[in-house]
Design a protein around this ligand. Structure first.
Ligand code: AHG
Ligand code: MN
Ligand code: MN
Ligand code: MN
Length: 336
């Protein structure tokens, strides 16, 4: 298919605008700002090796993680694009202690959306030229438009998401997102700087043969997870499964969605809530997973129904092909 016959992301966003009765076009402008910021981050990621932006930034974020230079840069790029284009009234980021209030009247309208973002996911992979990503999650604010945003605008259940998606800076760069009507993937043609619809209506296979987990932590895992891993490795039927773990949630999720698989970041002895963040990582990925016919739980409960209590809250994460997630949940139930 030639470039000219493919639909661009810009055309797709405009085409879909009417589906959601957001007649002010605010969500379209918001998605366009994310599209633009992703291209800027992509440019920076691509030249990381030659531009003195690999390595540590020299400070820690609120979650006690050492920030990488690209964590900081990607955070700035997304916050600048979203705030200066006046498309959101508030932003919360993995890299910021607190949420940001943005007094904006974009296009004469009081903005009603807040964005939660993991600006650079998989930051341990930056220095070694392995795929990283960006994850975003969009909600309608619950407090009165025109007033400063409040914590409660961000602490919403995942089921309230209006849109969510990720960018994967991989062997090619893609945006994959949902507005609640399925999941679509767009690949960047770097020579034109244009995203094209390359993966319409993405679906998780109901079953798969890939399991993704940091098995180095095996000794610290709950018994249910240990037993599930033994099950994956058993020689029986279509097993043993294949183990694949990149260490970038976005990249592991993306591969599992295309091929069929399960991603697990369980609780472990030192961290009963696991590692991944409910608001910046698990909710958006869970929304995408469900929209693609997959499943996302904490081993027991649907992620999207968990009531958040804190901005940087962590939660165990089991996500992927339905049959595989349900099998893992079975093992969790037996040993709880
Ligand atoms: P982030 O780079 O945004 O802090 O996220 C890292 C997350 C996730 O992307 C990945 O799957 C996981 O941490 C890897 O953790 P381990 O190194 O503990 O396996
Ligand atoms: Mn981090
Ligand atoms: Mn992350
Ligand atoms: Mn991150």
């Amino acid at each position: 298919m030639s470039d000219q016959s493919l639909q661009t992301l810009g055309e797709f966003i405009i085409d879909k605008q009417d589906d959601f009765q957001y007649s002010t076009g605010e969500l379209s402008r918001l998605l366009s700002a994310i599209r633009l910021a992703s291209k800027v981050v992509n440019r920076e990621v691509n030249k990381a090796g030659i531009a003195d932006i690999i390595g540590k930034a020299g400070n820690e974020n609120v979650q006690g993680e050492e920030q990488q230079k690209l964590d900081v840069l990607a955070n700035e790029i997304f916050i600048t694009a979203l705030s200066q284009r006046e498309v959101v009234c508030g932003i919360a980021s993995e890299e910021n202690d607190d949420f940001i209030d943005i007094k904006c009247v974009g296009n004469g309208h009081l903005s009603k959306y807040v964005v939660l973002i993991d600006p650079l996911d998989g930051s341990s992979n930056i220095d070694v030229n392995v795929s990283v990503g960006t994850i975003f999650s969009i909600y309608r604010r619950v407090t009165e438009p025109g007033t400063p945003v409040q914590l409660e605008d961000f602490l919403q259940k995942g089921v309230n998401q209006i849109a969510a998606g990720y960018v994967i800076y991989g062997s090619s760069t893609m945006i994959v997102y949902t507005t609640g009507n399925g999941v679509n993937g767009f690949t960047l043609d770097p020579s034109l700087g244009t995203y094209y619809l390359s993966h319409p209506n993405l679906k998780f296979p109901a079953n798969g043969k890939i399991y993704s987990i940091n098995e180095g932590n095996y000794i610290k895992f709950p018994q249910g997870v240990k037993n599930y891993l033994k099950y994956c490795q058993m020689e029986e039927g279509d097993r043993p499964y294949t183990s694949r773990y990149i260490g970038s949630l976005v990249a592991d999720f993306h591969r599992n969605m295309l091929k069929g698989g399960i991603y697990i970041y369980p609780s472990y002895s030192q961290s009963p809530n696991g590692k991944l963040r409910l608001l910046y990582e698990c909710n958006p990925m869970a929304f995408l997973a469900e929209q693609a016919g997959g499943k996302a739980t904490d081993g027991f409960r649907r992620i999207l129904e968990v009531e958040p209590t804190e901005l940087h809250q962590r939660i165990p994460f089991f996500c992927g092909s339905v049959d595989m997630v349900e099998k893992a949940e079975e093992f969790m139930r037996i040993d709880s």
